[in-house]
Design a protein around this ligand. Sequence first.
Ligand code: F6R
Length: 240
Amino acid sequence: MKVVVGSEEKISALIAEDFINVIKNKPNAVLGLATGTSPLKVYADLIEANREGRVSFKDVTTFNLDEYVGLEGTHPQSYRYFMNDNLFNHIDIDKKRTNVLLGVGDYESFMKKYDGMIEDAGGIDIQILGIGSDGHIAFNEPGTPFDSLTHETPLTQQTIVDNSRLFNDISEVPTRAVTMGLKSIMNARKIVLIATGKNKAKAVYGLIKGEITEDMPCSILQRHPDVTVYCDEDAYSLVK
Ligand code: F6R
């Protein structure tokens, strides 16, 4: 596991370059994408690089990590809406090749097909992850089996509280999600994780130095051969 510590601007720019390099080497690369606040600057940098002609997304395929159960893709807090709004609407990507789990309708059968769809696309070449303050990656909350594939899960109270900042009221935060599993994530060839802020410090300690345990889902990444953790000083503060 490689660790890079720097300002949010710097680490976001480095992650954007990681993505650009993967796409340069393989124009039809398969990208694993995340939502949340953490990757926002990375996506802004990728939009700029696309505008400047430094990278093209026209042949890439994307798979997102997760979606809230109960939200339509048109709901402003859904992850499909987030991805369109913060990345896909601003780059030369073919939206038909952007895959986000469904949160409504027959979302269960789509969820069951998801790992097979990733495999059929050739597997994820580069996966970006954020991290929850409780150590979750995607919505794999503490206690999720390491061998899990894409599944439906309740969200912990901690995650509901953390995510309520993006809703008008905590009562509006969905209590369930569909998410790629820990095994689905470990199947990616290359993983980059971004963590900023003091509220991530405990999870980052567990990620880098903690015991490998299902109680700290991110700790499984210690077993992956190609992970780079990008964090700011605050998120790194307990590791030193
Ligand atoms: C989002 C996701 C979540 C977030 C995590 C951190 O697709 O999978 O695991 O990465 O909850 O969220 P932020 O970045 O908002 O602190």
